[in-house]
Every structure is written in structure tokens, then in C-alpha cells.
Design a protein around this ligand. Structure first.
Ligand code: G6P
Length: 611
């Protein structure tokens, strides 16, 4: 959470930093602030969005060739002007922006207060900058050295940038646990939480590693470790296109990303499968093929939507490859003393590749000797770099906070993995494998057809936009889809929604059903079709309003349901890739009709780098 951007070079820093902050607003949008150096060190900050900050500075002098900015997702202290970043030190000579959490901030603050430092905010970040100032004042060392020494004192996670009034040509940054990328231009440098604020200017980037200190001084970049060992920066060339991070004519990123799915699913399987010759390949799996094929167990750790993709994988891998799979919330897994062996494969699924709990869960599994496989969307992200092997989902940047195309990309990659394992282990016979591959190849075109349901779904949304509760039911492969549909609705429309296995409904949620309750039932033609038809009857008998997602040509359910959404037929193994589409659209339209901020829902952030 929180986004940071900084610039040093020949251009005016302010517009670059502000534009960068807008690109990073998905990481938090409680407050925004900027610091600029033009002889002095001037901080401007405001509660609210980057646009509020822009209004606030409209009549101020914001020139300067070095600047840094921050968009906040509040952890310590409520979202207000004072707690917004950047934070000055007591003397106002230096200032910091910080993404992360300093866990020992309370003890450090007490010590610093005793030494005469004063604090304006309730944040841990202000403690960090005063600690740096304190070290500098007491030892007389350079600012860079003071920052380096301070890294030994703080416990927790950080990506920081520090500016000093006394050195107008220097920018200092460091990271541990929170992401930080340096962009290298012609005589200019950019720093940001991810590459999106940078790619407009340069494709050459350096991903800063944990415990590294970055000093950009007089046009030179130097990276050293916390232990003071100078590093050779590893410059990578990014392929990301600018259009991929802009709305491209859509009113919201979420809608753009929903409509991108035919392409993003194709990109996720591109180069990994040739159905014609039954050929499957995935570099990350090949490297550890023996371990995968002979694994005792696959443990999947993830959060949010990625966890739902993990549930789909459990069904897929157990069914096709006959390897036991357990899917765990990363936040629970890491604190419950789990049993992990060297013969386990732990798969961490994460769109951002930065989710703190998922990262910590995989570190725990690593320490127990398990092989760690990552499925991430963001190239070069912390999880991608911490794993033994992995597969990128290649969905392209996902900016809407509610995850859509990342989910279908994850499910695509997981389907391929299940097929590879099934074929290597001999549990998936060649004819069935071939059918599944042909079917997977046809999915992008079928998603295209599912997206044509948009107008019909707008009409359904109009009817139910004022509902206060929703129930989502599914069985088998559609159970995780029910969970995902409910999550989408609650996160962006603020309507309470529950996802449930359809049969389990009668053990509780059925008590909620009356004529006011919309019940979305995902009832495609699969092995549990007859059973879910009975579940629909149970809802109908209690006068619930049924919105049924069915397979094209279904003649049974239309006579029972209030609304029928027909999606193309596919194998039940792949049905989540299609059945989730109308649910994404339904939540999107309901949220828009309720006047909600779809791309930036309240209290949420796209990248959750706090535990
Ligand atoms: C946040 C986002 C969700 C996402 C979850 C896990 O809660 O709002 O959309 O599913 O984090 O994120 P990850 O990047 O690890 O997939």
C-alpha cells in the first residue's frame, strides 16, 4: 500500500511526480503529498486524492528539478493533512516519503522524544526521518550514511525516499519489503513503487533489492547494501506499453480490463500450448519437473481474488493430476505452524507480487525446504523474485482495484499447470488432454461472446442496484466463482454479498432468503447440474429472486429463474473462465449506478503490502 514517486533531472519534477502518483493511486488514495527542491525543501500535502493535491498547489510555486511524492493508504494515524506524506524531520532540513510499516516505531519515538525531537503526526514514517536526523546530528556523518545506519535500527517494511535542503543535487532511497524501481533516463532518474510512472520516459529500470540503499547525486547512481558494499546495478529493459496503463476510451479501468480478457487470456497461454500437437510447455515447471511430478502435496497460498483462483486450481489439479492440493489464506497459513515438507510444492499466487502476507507465507515455506513456485502478474515483483521458479500470467497492468483480468489469467495458467502435471503423471489420458487443450484455445473467442451480454446485464443491474444483500451460489468449479462474484460486488458497490457452495445454503443462508433477496446461481451444464437445479427450486420456494448463469440452450432453468444469463458451453474444468464474466459486469454496472468509485473503492488498495 501507498505509492511513492521521485524524480531528479533536467525537467520540472512536479508534473512528472503528480502524473506518477495518479498512476499509483491504485495503491492507496487517502491523502497525497509532494516535496520539491528549489533552493529550499517545500512540502505540500492534502487529505484526499491526487486531484485534491493538484487543486491545492495550483497557485503555489512548485518548480524544481528534484521532487518526490506519495499517495497514502493509512496505517498509522487517520487520513488527514498532517498524517499525509512527505514528513519533515524536526528541523525541517530533511523530508521523507515512506511505503511500509515500521514495527518498532513506538519505542524509537519515545527515545527520540527524550532526545528533544518533536512530532507533528501520528505516523511511523515521521519517526523514521527523525531517527535519520538524530543519527546525522550525533555522528556528523553524511545524510546517505545516516540513512544507511538508520536501516539497522528500524524493524519492519519500507521503501523510502529522502531529500535534504542542504544538498540540492541529491536523492536517497532504500527498500526492504516494499517495492522500489529506479528508471534510468538520459541524465535523469525516476523512482517509483512500480514501473507505471516510469515507462513514459524510459524502459531501462533497476529493481532495488531488500536492504539496498540508492544514492543519486550529481547525476550519478550508486547502489550499496545496508552493510555498505557497493553493488553493480542490474539494468533491465521493460516491455510494457504506455497504452496498457491508460483507459483507452473506457470510463473506468475496471471496464477496460473486463473487456481486455479475450486478449489477456490468450496472452497467458501464448507460447505455452499447441493443441494441434498436444504440446504443453512452461519454463518454470520444466526446471522443477521431477519435484512437481513427484510432489506429495501442492500447497497454494494467496489472498483475495488470487485465493479464489487457487480454489479453482485445487479442483483442477486434484481432478486432472491427482496430486493432493490445499489452498490457504496466506495470512492464516503463516501464523498457524503449518506442516510443510521438502516434498511439498508451495504455489504463491499474486497479481501484484507484493502482497505482504503471501510473501511472508512463501518465505516460511522456503525456510522449511519446500520448493516455491510463483504465479504473478507484475514482472520483477517481490514474490516473483523470491520464488524458486514460476510463471507470469502476462495479463498486462491491472489498475482497477477489483481484480478481473488477473483472475482469468491466473486460472488460465493454473489450468495449463494442471494439464502439464496430469499428462506427465499419466493421470490425464491423451484424448482428454487434447480435448481440454482445444477447448482452452477456444476460450478467448467464447469470452468475447460472453462480453456481448453486457447490455442484458445492464438491465438486470438496474433492477437490483438498490438491493442490500446478495447471495451467490455455485457448485464444483463454479463454487470459487460464486465467491469471486460476491467479492466483486461487495468491494465496489458496498452491497453485502455472500458466496456459498449451493448445497451448503440449506445449513444457514437459506434463512436469509425472502422476496427481497437476489440470488445469483451459477448453474452451467456440468456434473452437478441436476443438483443445482434442486438448489434453485429451494430458493424459488422461498420467493428469492433468481439470476441464473446457465449454458447456452438450457431449457430447464429458464422456467424457474427470474433472469437467465446464457454463456457459451465449455468443459466444466474451464467454466470459471466464462462464468465469472457476467458476474464481473454485474458488479461493475451496479457500482456505477450507485455512484461508487469503481476503480478506487473506499478503504481498499490494490497492492496490500501491510500484514
Ligand atoms: C487486494 C486487492 C485484491 C487482490 C488481493 C490480493 O485486496 O484489492 O483485488 O485480490 O489484494 O492481491 P494479489 O496482488 O496478491 O493478487
Amino acid at each position: 500500500m501507498c505509492g511513492i514517486v521521485a524524480y531528479v533531472g533536467h525537467r520540472d519534477a512536479c508534473p512528472i511526480v503528480l502524473k506518477g502518483l495518479k498512476r499509483l493511486e491504485y495503491r492507496g488514495y487517502d491523502s497525497a503529498g509532494i516535496a520539491l527542491m528549489n533552493g529550499g525543501l517545500n512540502v505540500f500535502k492534502r487529505k484526499g486524492k491526487v486531484s485534491d493535491l493538484e487543486e491545492f498547489i495550483a497557485d503555489k510555486d512548485v518548480h524544481g528539478h528534484i521532487g518526490m511524492g506519495h499517495t497514502r493508504w493509512a496505517t498509522h494515524g487517520e487520513p488527514n493533512d498532517v498524517n499525509a506524506h512527505p514528513h519533515y524531520s524536526s528541523s525541517k532540513n530533511i523530508a521523507i516519503i515512506h511505503n511500509g510499516i515500521i514495527e518498532n516505531y513506538a519505542a524509537l519515538k519515545q527515545l527520540l522524544i527524550e532526545k528533544g525531537h518533536t512530532f507533528q503526526s501520528e505516523t511511523d514514517s515521521e519517526v523514521f526521518i527523525n531517527l535519520i536526523e538524530d543519527i546525522k546530528q550525533n555522528s556528523g556523518c553524511s545524510l546517505a550514511e545516516a540513512v544507511r545506519l538508520a536501516l539497522h535500527e528500524v524493524v519492519g517494511a519500507y521503501a523510502i525516499v529522502v531529500l535534504s535542503k542542504e544538498d540540492q543535487n541529491q536523492l536517497i532511497a532504500a527498500r526492504k519489503g516494499s517495492p522500489l524501481v529506479v528508471g534510468i533516463g538520459e541524465g535523469e532518474y525516476f523512482l517509483a513503487s512500480d514501473a507505471t510512472p516510469i515507462i513514459e520516459y524510459t524502459n531501462d529500470v533497476v529493481y532495488v533489492n531488500d536492504y539496498e540503499l540508492v544514492v543519486i547525486k550529481n547525476g550519478e547512481l550508486e547502489i550499496r547494501t545496508k552493510e555498505d558494499v557497493v553493488q553493480t546495478p542490474y539494468v533491465q529493459r521493460l516491455e510494457m506499453a504506455l497504452e496498457s496503463i491508460e483507459k483507452g476510451g473506457y470510463p473506468h479501468f475496471m471496464l477496460k480490463e473486463i473487456f481486455e480478457q479475450p486478449r489477456s487470456i490468450l496472452d497467458s497461454m501464448r507460447g505455452r500450448m499447441i493443441a494441434e500437437s498436444n504440446h504443453l510447455m512452461m519454463g518454470g515447471i520444466r526446471e522443477f519437473e521431477n519435484k512437481f511430478v513427484n510432489a506429495d502435496r501442492i500447497l497454494i497460498v494467496a489472498c483475495g481474488t488470487s485465493w479464489h483462483a487457487g480454489l479453482v486450481a485445487e479442483y483442477l489439479i486434484e481432478d486432472l493430476a491427482r496430486i493432493p492440493v490445499e489452498v490457504e489464506y496466506a495470512s492464516e497459513f503463516r501464523y498457524r505452524n503449518p506442516i510443510i515438507s521438502e516434498r511439498d510444492i508451495v504455489v504463491a499466487i499474486s497479481q501484484s507480487g507484493e502482497t505482504a502476507d503471501t510473501l511472508a507465507a512463501l518465505e516460511l515455506a522456503k525456510s522449511k525446504g519446500a520448493t516455491i513456485f510463483g504465479i504473478c502478474n507484475v514482472v520483477g515483483s517481490s514474490i516473483a523474485r523470491a520464488t524458486d521458479a514460476g510463471a507470469y500470467t502476462h495479463a498486462g497492468p491491472e489498475i482497477g482495484v477489483a481484480s478481473t483480468k488477473a483472475f482469468t489469467a491466473q486460472v488460465t495458467v493454473l489450468s495449463l499447470i494442471a494439464m502439464i502435471l496430469g499428462s506427465k503423471r499419466g493421470t490425464l489420458e491423451t484424448t482428454k488432454l487434447h480435448q481440454l487443450m482445444v477447448e482452452l484455445e477456444s476460450i478467448p473467442a467464447k469470452v468475447e461472446r460472453a462480453l456481448e451480454l453486457n447490455d442484458q446485464i445492464i438491465k438486470i443491474a438496474e433492477q437490483y442496484k438498490d438491493a442490500t444483500n446478495f447471495l451467490y451460489l455455485g457448485r464444483g468449479y463454479n463454487f470459487p466463482v460464486a465467491l469471486e462474484g460476491a467479492l466483486k460486488l461487495k468491494e465496489i458497490s458496498y452491497i453485502h454479498a455472500e458466496g456459498y457452495p449451493a448445497a451448503e445454503m440449506k445449513h444457514g443462508p437459506i434463512a436469509l432468503i425472502d422476496e427481497q433477496m437476489p440470488v445469483v446461481v451459477i448453474a452451467t451444464k456440468d456434473s452437478s447440474y441436476e443438483k443445482i437445479v434442486s438448489n434453485i427450486q429451494e430458493v424459488k420456494a422461498r420467493k428469492g429472486k433468481i439470476i441464473a448463469v446457465v449454458t447456452e440452450g438450457d431449457t430447464t432453468i429458464p422456467s424457474m429463474a427470474d433472469h437467465v444469463i446464457e454463456i457459451p458451453e465449455t468443459s466444466e474444468h474451464l467454466v470459471p473462465l466464462l462464468s465469472v464474466i457476467p458476474l464481473q459486469l454485474l458488479s461493475y454496472h451496479i457500482a456505477v449506478m450507485r455512484g461508487c468509485n469503481v476503480d478506487q473503492p473506499r478503504n481498499l488498495a490494490k497492492s496490500v503490502t501491510v500484514e
